[in-house]
Design a protein around this ligand. Structure first.
Ligand code: HEM
Length: 290
């Protein structure tokens, strides 16, 4: 990775005596950034993969049993017998979402890309198609049936779907134009949005275990629900921007900040994943697949 080796470069204006210390500090920051990014992607993959498997096990499993009404056990209004287009939208969005969560992180592993560009291209096509299906399916449902939380949640999910579509299109556009720096940056933004779908559940779980149901109502129109209609993806986009800029050599402070944010996020995800796997995802995956 050419960018990483730049981190070890001495800063301009330093004396020859200061260069070894600056090289060491730069090298440590570059390693710290790489390790914290790998840890975050690893934990995210494991956790998002479990959530993806759960979606296929539960929503796919009940659909193949012909028991679509059981979708409403998790969230009222997901299935309405007299709204076939909305059902098709939300159902295809489950499939697209499950595929995205399972395959997404593979695209970010440099090793796969370096070994086989063909695998990277084919997975990329599948990934972007799944993102478009998840986004268009979710937007169709939002337009036709509306979300459970009403206008604020509709706006939050509407923006989420539109951003996912935009980032998917941009990722492909820049790959075709062979502008790989921009392609990579848009791919990271898309991944940050995909991760939002799963963070939404994790963040609710962490909130409930810390504060009970404060700010939440069954119809998702409490203060915390309104906050969450946007907070499950906008902060991730900010972290993604920080990461993209840190890799483009924005300076030592941004690198240290990025290492801190990436590590704190990883720790939070480990706790959330443990809780969700024990309570929800694990039992459903075991029932269908084991
Ligand atoms: C990786 C991508 C995604 C995954 C894995 C995913 C997953 C899910 C799941 C599992 C549910 C069912 C509720 C639950 O179990 O909590 C759901 C509901 C929903 N999703 Fe997604 N989703 C994704 C992306 C999107 C996008 C891009 C939109 C765009 C608008 C969207 C809109 C919705 C809507 C509107 C609902 C129903 C909410 C309600 O009834 O109030 N999702 N999603």
């Amino acid at each position: 990775m050419a960018e990483d080796s730049d981190a070890a470069a001495p800063q301009s204006g330093s004396t020859p005596a200061e260069e070894p210390a600056q090289n060491l500090a730069g090298g440590l920051r570059a390693t710290g950034l790489r390790v914290s990014a790998i840890a975050l992607v690893g934990v995210t993959w494991l956790s998002a993969g479990l959530f993806g498997l759960y979606i296929l096990a539960y929503y796919g499993g009940t659909a193949s049993d012909g028991a679509l009404e059981r979708w409403n056990d998790t969230l009222q209004g997901l299935y309405e017998a007299n709204a076939p287009l909305a059902t098709l939208g939300i159902g295809s969005h489950f499939l697209g979402g499950g595929v995205l969560l399972l395959l997404g992180p593979i695209q970010l592993i440099p090793w796969v890309r370096e070994r086989s560009i063909a695998v990277h291209r084919w997975l990329g096509r599948l990934f972007v198609t799944a993102a478009a299906i998840a986004a268009v399916g979710g937007l169709t449902f939002t337009l036709l049936s509306g979300t459970i939380g009403g206008a604020v949640m509709d706006a939050g999910f509407g923006l989420y779907g539109s951003l996912m579509l935009l980032t998917a299109v941009q990722t492909v556009r820049y790959a075709r134009a062979r502008q790989f720096d921009a392609h990579r940056a848009w791919g990271i933004r898309l991944f940050a949005l995909v991760v939002g779908s799963w963070l939404y559940r994790i963040e609710y779980g962490l909130w409930f275990s810390a504060f009970g149901e404060a700010g939440h109502t069954d119809s998702f129109n409490g203060a915390f629900d309104y906050f969450m209609a946007f907070a499950f993806y906008l902060p991730n986009l900010a972290v993604a921007e920080l990461f993209i800029r840190a890799r483009r050599r924005a300076g030592p402070l941004t690198e240290v900040l990025a290492i801190g944010v990436l590590s704190a996020t990883t720790a939070l995800l480990v706790v959330g994943t443990y809780f969700f796997t024990r309570e929800f995802w694990g039992p459903e995956i075991a029932r269908r697949f084991l």
